[in-house]
Design a binder for this molecule. Structure first.
Ligand code: SF4
Length: 215
């Protein structure tokens, strides 16, 4: 196996990669539809093991029916399960959403908190969801490590692990803070359009010459 590049070398290579991806995907943005931090919080909980497209279909009617944390607690659990059924894992998600809303009301006056430490105390909310809300709603730098970021950062040789927290902390060391939020969208967009799982389009990839996994 080739010797691991130093952090300084990986930092420069990733910076060049992000420049290329920014030019290739000028329209890269968050894939979930939302109008408030609370809506993005719910949408992100629903997005676990589900496509953004499916979540957006479900939240269109969900957000019309449920506007506040109180609204999610007013219905029986079974009704909420039915309303989010097609996003998968609906029992767990419905339970988490109600517990999350209860804590928002009990501890945070019904508002979405704006620190990672507080957000991850909410049921159903891990670092990925917390960073997603912080970066997209409050413009607070945060790296969201989803399946695309995990796969692509390994293919690019930036990390050598599938542990999401380890990836997040390594990327924090090799990417300038002001690029974190844009990087989330660029890598996820690259994963959807070009570096697709199990069928990467290396022949048309804009960063093929910078990728050790190019075929
Ligand atoms: S060259 Fe291939 S493996 Fe590397 S990032 Fe591009 S599509 Fe993915």
């Amino acid at each position: 196996m080739a010797r691991r590049e130093s952090r300084a070398v990986r930092r420069d290579r990733l910076s060049a990669i992000l420049d290329r991806l920014a030019a290739a995907y000028p329209d890269a943005r968050v894939g979930l539809d939302f109008t408030t931090p609370f809506e993005l919080l719910i949408a992100t909980i629903l997005s676990a093991q589900c496509t953004d497209e499916r979540v957006n279909i479900v939240t269109k009617s969900l957000f019309a029916k449920y506007r506040s944390p109180d609204d999610y607690l007013r219905v029986p659990l079974e009704e909420l399960e039915q309303d989010i059924h097609s996003t998968g894992f609906y029992r767990n998600k419905a339970k988490n959403i109600q517990a999350c809303c209860k804590r928002l009301i009990d501890v945070f006056h019904g508002e979405v908190p704006v620190t990672l430490e507080e957000l991850i105390t909410l049921p159903g909310v891990g670092r990925k969801t917390a960073n997603c809300v912080l970066s997209n709603c409050f413009d607070i730098p945060g790296i969201t490590v989803d399946t695309h970021v995990t796969r692509i950062m390994n293919l690019l040789g930036m990390v050598n692990t599938t542990d999401a927290v380890a990836i997040e902390f390594e990327l924090m060391k090799i990417v300038d803070t002001e690029r974190w939020n844009a990087m989330n969208h660029l890598i996820i967009t690259h994963g959807r359009r070009t570096c697709i799982a199990r069928r990467p389009q290396c022949g048309t990839c804009p960063i093929a010459d910078l990728c050790p996994s190019a075929q």
